[in-house]
Design a protein around this ligand. Structure first.
Ligand SMILES: [Fe+2]
Length: 339
């Protein structure tokens, strides 16, 4: 009996001591378990990270901003940065961060097994976490799917005055054009984009507004990311616009990603690697589904709304190419007068 009482007292003392120590360390701000994230991807993802915190006890702090502004901040802060992880949309942004030495390589068997090779950096400095397919959208009252085939075919004069597109200033347009250059070389790619411009597309700098414009009859065919339609259908299942998977008879539909890398000077590197691995596995379904994106991990099921868009072939272009060709794509767009 006496022994048991001593044991209980000891356990209580140890627990109290641990709390006191933990508190002291927290106040000092030194050993708190945390990942500081610089992110431009803010599509209601908080519940995903809350779950990670519940499962691991590691807190998440966000600093949000545009992809370019966050890279600039990382560069300016250098070795003193509080950021452990950079999350960005568009492979071009991740590629630029890696090129500028802002990201550190992460050698992880978990990440290699969860993320297909073409969706991550060969140097392991960034990893795609979700796939967004930029493809053709149409109004079924005015266009039949039999009339549609490829991005290239939208340069045909039959589409004059019927297209709605995103301006050249947006990275989504630049990456799509980079993928055309990768597929055809610069001369043929320029011919295609010049054909789009000759069709005098309506330019709208929001994929959501592009889809609404199609529904309102301001055009018949558009190119947008698939998840914007998923989002609209979630709230309005009767929304009339349909998805058409582009280039199914050749290279497949244009893929981009949102993804992440661990920063070169991460103060909490081990926690950041743990979060990255978690996002590629346990957290994948939730992270992708909050924005109706396709999981990068092929073993994870997509959200039912986008699964309903049907199976398709995706272009398996190495996504580093989107970054490498971005400057050339911007010049090409400018030369053909795409604004
Ligand atoms: Fe987007």
């Amino acid at each position: 009996m006496q022994k048991k009482r001593i044991l209980v007292a000891l356990v209580v003392a140890v627990i109290a001591g641990a709390f006191w120590l933990g508190g002291a360390v927290d106040r000092a701000g030194a050993r708190e378990q945390v990942v500081n994230i610089y992110t431009s991807r803010h599509y209601g993802v908080e519940p995903v990270f809350d779950r990670f915190t519940r499962e691991t006890g590691i807190a998440i702090r966000f600093t949000t901003g545009s992809d370019a502004a966050l890279r600039e901040r990382l560069r300016a802060e250098g070795a003193r940065t509080p950021a452990d992880m950079y999350i960005a949309v568009d492979a071009g942004n991740l590629w630029l961060a890696a090129r500028d030495g802002l990201l550190a390589a992460v050698e992880s068997r978990v990440l290699r097994e969860n993320i297909p090779a073409h969706l991550r950096d060969p140097g392991n400095r960034w990893f795609g976490l979700t796939q967004r397919i930029r493809t053709i959208m149409y109004h079924p009252a005015r266009v039949t799917p039999q009339e549609l085939s490829t991005y290239e075919a939208l340069a045909d004069p039959r589409w004059r005055g019927r297209l709605v597109m995103r301006p050249a200033t947006h990275s989504y347009t630049q990456s799509l054009v980079s993928s055309l250059i990768a597929a055809h070389g610069p001369a043929k790619a320029e011919e295609v984009v010049a054909g789009w411009v000759a069709n005098r597309p309506v330019l709208i700098d929001s994929d959501t507004r592009i889809l609404q414009a199609l529904a309102a009859g301001e055009g018949d065919v558009a190119i947008t990311n698939h998840y914007y339609l998923g989002r609209i259908l979630q709230d309005n299942p009767g929304f009339p616009i349909r998805v058409f998977w582009a280039n199914q008879a050749d290279r497949g539909a244009h893929v981009n990603i949102s993804g992440a890398g661990v920063t070169a000077h991460a103060p909490n590197r081990a926690n950041a690697v743990k979060l990255l691995e978690w996002l590629s596995g346990t957290g994948q379904e939730m992270f992708a589904s909050t924005n109706h994106e396709f999981p990068a991990n092929p073993r994870v099921t997509p959200h039912p709304i986008i699964a309903g868009f049907g199976r398709f072939t995706a272009d398996d272009l190495d996504l580093g190419e989107l970054g490498r060709l971005q400057a050339e794509a911007v010049k090409l767009l400018d030369r053909v007068g795409y604004r």
